[in-house]
Design a protein around this ligand. Sequence first.
Ligand SMILES: Cc1cc2nc3c(=O)[nH]c(=O)nc-3n(C[C@H](O)[C@H](O)[C@H](O)COP(=O)(O)OP(=O)(O)OC[C@H]3O[C@@H](n4cnc5c(N)ncnc54)[C@H](O)[C@@H]3O)c2cc1C
Length: 389
Amino acid sequence: MIEVDVVVIGGGAAGLFCAIEAGKRGRKVVVLEHAERIGEKIAISGGGRCNFTNFHTGPENFISANPPFCKSALARYTPADFIALVNKHGIAFHEKKLGQLFCNEGSGRIIDMLLNECSDAGAEVSCRATVQSVTKNERFEIKLADRTLRSQSLVIATGGLSIAPLGATDFGYQLARQFGLQIEPTAPALVPFTLTKDVLKQLAPLSGISVDATASCNGNMFRENILITHRGLSGPAILQISSYWQPGQAIGIDLLPDHDALELLSQHHGSELSLVKLLSQFLPKRFAQAWCTLNSLSQPLNRYTPRQLSEIAGRLHHWKIVPSGTEGFKKAEVTVGGVSTIELSSQTMEARKVSGLYFIGEVVDVTGQLGGYNFQWAWASGYAAGQYV
Ligand SMILES: Cc1cc2nc3c(=O)[nH]c(=O)nc-3n(C[C@H](O)[C@H](O)[C@H](O)COP(=O)(O)OP(=O)(O)OC[C@H]3O[C@@H](n4cnc5c(N)ncnc54)[C@H](O)[C@@H]3O)c2cc1C
């Protein structure tokens, strides 16, 4: 039996961060990671350059059944705090767009930083460590194949369900259930949409073209690129809106978010100009062509009645597409839902019903939008728990 103060299950962003903070307080910490290496998702994140935070992080960037829950942790560990840590380690970074901060070199710099901080704080990291069972009497007993650990605090940082080959499991949800805690239903998020064969066939000429547009659903709207692919819809605006979508719902796309389409069309109503030529001034030419063909709109503008122009304007601003589904957890960046926040203290991340049991990071029902917010939640929730475990 090995006695420690804190066992952290999951050696990803949140787990390592919590271990560092607890270690700095003099707690004896062991991180158990079942994969060969820690931080596999950090390694591939941000296209290999880890979008590690966002300057503009606020509670409004997160989805949860209980939106105010994330406020406390986010306020106590901010993007500026993480940037200070990155600077301390001499890691060069840049703002790509919209407050998103990426490493100039690879994501490996962030992993090395976390490992060095763990080592400085005296936190032990153990890979290829598969937990067989967890029980609790006075203390937690965590049984592995080759040893049993006993700890005062147990932190669950096993992340979400996306991309199983990188180590994702439902361990955290199972453990929460074992201790009688509620789970908000989980679903893939920040994920491309799939389309039916018929819709794909119709959209085939638009495939491979991206347009700057807005995507909306359920009262949420994102302005960025939309990409039509040979499988469905992708691009940042689509990934963002996927987190808010429910099966069966339509996605609204505004192809001309900066213009009043009816005004534009009406201005050229008397002209021989074709709709394709007009739209090519605002959309990629190939897209304008294919979109007009798709909608059987090949005539010069002076051939349309005012009513038809108004209908065309409507289609440009409110193009509705009903996805058949999503690409699922194998392509999703994150999981919405998770351990219900009503079960946890927002101050400490400790389960209200089970003293000493903590949940942090993506396993909790707090999901960030695209743009570095998910890592900021991992750091902030890991920091919060790290002060108390
Ligand atoms: C392709 C991709 C790109 C992304 N890019 C970004 C980005 O640029 N910016 C951003 O903010 N977010 C990004 N994300 C999301 C971000 O990676 C996650 O939200 C974040 O890693 C969550 O941190 P976590 O510590 O909660 O979980 P994870 O980082 O997923 O860590 C969980 C760890 O627990 C381990 N584990 C699971 N089950 C067990 C078990 N039973 N026993 C022991 N260990 C276990 C896993 O192997 C893993 O190492 C991306 C995600 C993906 C998939």
